[in-house]
Design a protein around this ligand. Structure first.
Ligand SMILES: Nc1ncnc2c1ncn2[C@@H]1O[C@H](COP(=O)(O)OP(=O)(O)O)[C@@H](O)[C@H]1O
Ligand SMILES: [Mg+2]
Length: 335
């Protein structure tokens, strides 16, 4: 288990100090895929660099199975760091080495006997389905294949934790899916724990058990994926959950309305299936004009929202809103 407590890391930018991490706390269970999502500059990479001690935070604790790696001696720290592997957006392979040699490298460093290295590399090549590429050089591989080599190399020393910093951000959707499936397989087969940094909600949603949302060096919200989608609370979370919605100019929506009440209806798994909107129109004397919406499929269910304009008499609009709320729809007033 990994427990991050009140992590603070400051940088100086144009003579001004700012906190790239501002009292960050969270906990990741063994075998969990924990997502950290945020826009560029939120502090995500700083967070992973602190966790693997490429950087030293000024305050806070990083507890791995109860032991704070910030107060460890060099020898113990080095042992702990071996249990953590990392993959990046830019793959960071050795271009002068073959696929085989790239994967063998950490094992050579460890001093593993040659025959054992050979056996392990073949296992890993099989795991990432790249046996046929073992003698190729990275320049002859696609992005997705390069990331598979990076994953094989990361797993070579049997780490307990994988830190993934935007590992799929440079890949197309098909290769992204292959990499995510591979990560899930590593969790299922080896009991790996993954901290998954991304700015893509699609990616976090597809694979994570829980997600923390970061903004300006702080975690503004964290929850299980289903819950986060059903009931996003912080504006940044809402914009991630809604995906396309954030790109729409709210003024354009308002232009297309005719003076009714603007609200966003947030549906969860159960309510989205029943056509609660038509039920309300039938029972209450209001018009409902759908302006914007998105229903997202999650791993086991779906959730979504509709931004609508409700027109009618004030008391009927109130009745309609009450009826939505009684049917477990969260109603949010738009500005
Ligand atoms: N080594 C550094 N020196 C100064 N500022 C940095 C350094 N690394 C990151 N930053 C700043 O810290 C903030 C967070 O950066 P980063 O952790 O890379 O964010 P993210 O990965 O979420 O995009 C940014 O404003 C970035 O410019
Ligand atoms: Mg980053």
């Amino acid at each position: 288990m990994i427990r991050i407590e009140n992590l603070v890391k400051s940088y100086t930018l144009q003579d001004k100090e700012f906190k790239a991490l501002n009292h960050v706390s969270f906990e990741v269970k063994k075998g969990e895929i924990f997502g950290v999502i945020g826009l560029s500059g939120a502090g995500k990479s700083t967070l992973v660099r602190c966790i693997n001690r490429l950087e030293t935070p000024e305050e806070g604790k990083i507890l791995i199975n109860g032991q704070d790696i910030l107060s460890m001696n060099e020898k113990d720290l080095s042992k702990e760091r071996k249990k953590m592997a990392m993959i990046f957006q830019s793959f960071n392979l050795f271009n002068q080495k073959t696929v085989y040699k790239n994967i063998a490298y950490p094992l050579e460093i460890e001093g593993m006997p040659k025959e054992d290295i050979h056996k392990r590399v073949l296992e890993l090549l099989k795991f990432v389905d790249l046996e046929s590429k073992k003698l190729e050089y990275p320049k002859n591989l696609s992005g997705g294949q390069k990331q598979r080599v990076a994953i094989a190399r990361a797993l070579a020393s049997k780490p307990q934790t994988l830190l993934s910093d935007e590992a799929t951000s440079a890949l197309d959707p098909a290769n992204t899916k292959i990499i995510l499936d591979l990560m899930r397989k590593a969790v299922d087969e080896f009991g790996l724990t993954i901290i998954m940094i991304t700015h893509q909600m699609e990616v976090a949603k597809a694979i994570c058990d829980r997600i923390a949302v970061m903004e300006h060096g702080q975690i503004v919200e964290q929850n299980e994926v289903e819950e986060l989608f059903k009931n996003p609370k912080h504006p940044v979370t809402k914009s991630f959950v809604r995906g396309t919605a954030e790109k729409m100019d709210v003024s354009k929506i308002i232009e297309s309305t005719s003076g009714g009440r603007l609200v966003t209806l947030n549906f969860d798994n159960n309510t989205a299936k029943e056509s609660i909107v038509s039920k309300v129109i039938k029972e209450v004397d209001v018009d409902i004009n759908i302006l914007l919406g998105k229903i997202t499929k999650l791993q086991n269910s779906s959730a979504g929202f509709l931004t609508v304009e409700i027109s009618g008499k004030d008391e009927d609009i109130e009745k309609a809103i009450t009826m939505f709320m009684k049917n477990n729809v969260t109603v949010e007033e738009m500005p």
